[in-house]
Structure formats: structure tokens, C-alpha cells
Design a protein around this ligand. Sequence first.
Ligand SMILES: [Zn+2]
Length: 216
Amino acid sequence: MAQQETGEQIFTGYAVDDDGYIVDTEECEARELAHRERGTSRPITVVGNPVLHHECADVTEFGPELAALVDDMFASQKTAEGVGLAANQIGVGLKVFVYDCPDDEGVRHTGHVVNPVLQELPADRRHLDDSNEGCLSVPTAYAELARPDFAEVHGQDLLGNPIKVRGTGYFARCLQHETDHLYGFLYIDKLSKRDRKDALRQMEEGTPRYPVVAND
Ligand SMILES: [Zn+2]
């Protein structure tokens, strides 16, 4: 029987490169499409919702529910036109994030990480980049935030296999931003009081272009 063009590609584990890092740059469009076609888009939680301000729980069950969560996260990320999404941004307090993000050479990276842990960088790899950053949970706001331009995250895939992910440029920023989410931190928590206030004002004045969960 012929293989379906879309929607049928089931995750069976990442390919790994010679250095032991996952290959997340191949068949990005097909993989992203398969996830989101199986998934259901959900509204995005915004700053002030308690689920965003507490550390999420470690994932211990690597079954169909986790796979369905990853699918929903890809669907939600697409709806909101995000480059990364953490599970608590759709109201689920589990350590999972997904991403679909270009690196500093414009190469697209697509994947998911369960139970991510950001790795400490050796001093010679710590070059700060102060580009603009935004967050689907702080809709319409942007602020400059200095972060290392390289990041490495260790974790698991949705089958429970140990994985390593690394990235540069905007993708490095994304890996740090999404991991922070799962430990209860938003990027605005890293800003000066003044810049944080300004970001919240931008959010107050803007209108999100995707469904959000209203805070009580
Ligand atoms: Zn965010």
C-alpha cells in the first residue's frame, strides 16, 4: 500500500550525527506537518497564569498521551506562528517543548525535547547576543535581551530516548527561552524592571493574533 503523503509520519526516534546530537534539520516540513495534522490547536496561556510561573513536572510516562501532547503543541505553535512552544503555554504543566526555528545560518530546525536541561557553557563559547526577543505568552511585546549565541540542551525524545540538541543564533535563543519556560520563567523575568514594565505595557496595548486563555 502506498504511503500517505502527509499526516501519517509517526515519530520513531531521531537520527543522530557523528557527535551524538540529534539531526533536526531534515524533512522539517513533512515532520512538522505530520505532527500538527494529528494535533489540535489550543489557546495560549499568558503572563499571570500560574502554570507559567511554576516549574513543570518531569515527564515519566512516554506513551500515546505524550505523543498526542507533542502533536497538539505543533498545531498550537503553527496557529500562533511561533518558533517554539512550551507545554505550559497550552496549560499543561509537563517538561516538554517543541520548536521550528532557524539558526544563525538560516537553517531550519524542527523537533521536540522532553525533560530538557540547559548545559553550562565553557567561557570560550559564551558570546552574548542582544537581539530582540518575544514570547507567545506576552503577546505583541518585544524587548532586547542578551543571551549566549550558542546553547546545548540534554533531555529525552517522546519515546524516552536520551537526546542532545545544540543550536546557534536565534535557535540558541529559542532553546534557552523554551527551557526557561518549563522551569517557570518568562523572558521578561530576565529584563530590568523598566524593560519588563515596558513589555507589559506593549502587551496591554496590543491585540494577540491567536487565541489566548484569559486570566481570571
Ligand atoms: Zn515564550
